[in-house]
Structure formats: structure tokens, C-alpha cells
Design a protein around this ligand. Sequence first.
Ligand code: GRF
Length: 213
Amino acid sequence: MNNNKPSIALFISGRGSNMQAILADSLQPDCPYQICLVLSNQAQAAGLAIAQAAGIAATVLEHQNFPDRESFDRELLQIITAYQADFVALAGFMRILSPLFVQHLHGRLLNIHPSLLPEFKGLHTHERALAAGVTQHGASVHFVTEALDSGPLIAQAIVPVLPDDDAKQLAARVLEQEHQLYPKVLRALAQGRLELRGNQAYLDGQPALLTPL
Ligand code: GRF
């Protein structure tokens, strides 16, 4: 890459709307990060074409072609090293990463999840939020650790659940917030304002979740 901004690799598996929001942000002149790579574990991920159209290196690594999780993850590590990624941001990457990968990227691996964690880890978060009758829902960005959707929280966006919401309407309201939230977090990360210490994320030296971005 051609400047000194920290480089971020984005991992996707599908639609890539968060990726698209992040790519758009990275093209702003004042953006402190650059995207060095978009990687998908699914060849048919729609986000790949969007990345290519934006002139970003886009590559596919299909996990089916590897005998086990670790060998796939070793290849992932080789690729991000070759692209000199400083950070990896998971954006709809539907694949559990091994301890090998997670430990290698300690404090440099982020994920966005469509719920107010620790509520509704895993899949179908919007349906489950509606079924639970919560009045608030949202999205969380967190550092990735070995436990699924359980890493230290960095920031959350909260949306109301409205009386007539179905899962699709609620998902759209959350997604709109995801597209604002993730680029903001990545800016703070690239500016060196975010840090993982023990099991706690810090922003500007304060517990991150309690500190405005
Ligand atoms: C988002 O809801 C994200 O929070 C979750 O997967 C979805 C990905 O959507 N991890 P997109 O591919 O970014 O459009």
C-alpha cells in the first residue's frame, strides 16, 4: 500500500454491506486507516465484486479445501502477512477461527455482532430479540477472543424495538447503525486510541464501552 496509514484486512462471507460502508469510509481523505484486502471464505460472496469494483484486492480462501480448521487458519495468517495487514476486521465472516489465529492477532482482531452483547450471541439475533420482547436492540463491536461472541466489548449502537416490528424491519434498523458504528471504531483503532488489556477494551485509556467514540 502506498502510505503510512495502518492497514486493515476485512473478512466477509456474504453480502458485504458492512464492508462496503468501511470501504467508503476508507476513501475519505481524513480516514486514518486503509483497507489492504477483502477476503471471503465463500466464492459466491456478493461483497467480493463490490470490493473489486472499488479497486481493493479481493481474494477467496475456501475452507472446504483444507483438512482442518488450523490448516485453513495458517493459510489465512500467511495471506494477511503477505498483505501486511496490521488489523483484521470480521464483517459477516461466518467461520469460527482457531485459537492459533485468535492468539496471533490478540488485540488486533475485531468483529461486529447484530445484538447488544452479551444478549443474543450466535445466529438469528433479531428473531430472538423479538421473541424475548426486549424494547431495545442493537449491534456490538468487540475484540475477538476464543469464546464465540464473547470478547471484550468496544462499542454498541442501540435502536428501539417498535411495537409492529418484524425481524426484517428490526434487522434493517440495526444494520443502518452497524454501518455507522464499525467505521468509527476502526478509526479509533487506527489512531491507536483502542487497546485490549486483559479482558477489557480501553478507549483513550478509559473502559471503552463507557467512553464515547
Ligand atoms: C451483520 O449483521 C453483522 O453484524 C453480522 O453479519 C451481518 C453481515 O452483514 N456479523 P453484511 O455482510 O455486512 O451485509
